[in-house]
Design a protein around this ligand. Structure first.
Ligand SMILES: [Zn+2]
Length: 57
């Protein structure tokens, strides 16, 4: 019997400069409203700010 990972929200991390979705991560949706991280963008070839985009399930 597979255990469900309840309470975790899968979000896309979207580059703020080019809009490309580069990463997926999971958040605890109960206490993480918005997330912003510096990540490497393959399109921009540098580290840019990435904002969480709650979309995926
Ligand atoms: Zn980018």
């Amino acid at each position: 019997m597979a255990k469900k990972k309840w309470g975790r929200l899968v979000v896309a991390m979207q580059c703020k400069e080019c809009g490309k979705t580069n990463y997926h991560t999971t958040l605890n949706k109960t206490n993480t409203p918005k997330l912003e991280l510096k990540k490497y963008c393959n399109k921009d070839k540098k580290k840019t700010a990435h904002a969480s985009k709650e979309k995926l399930k």
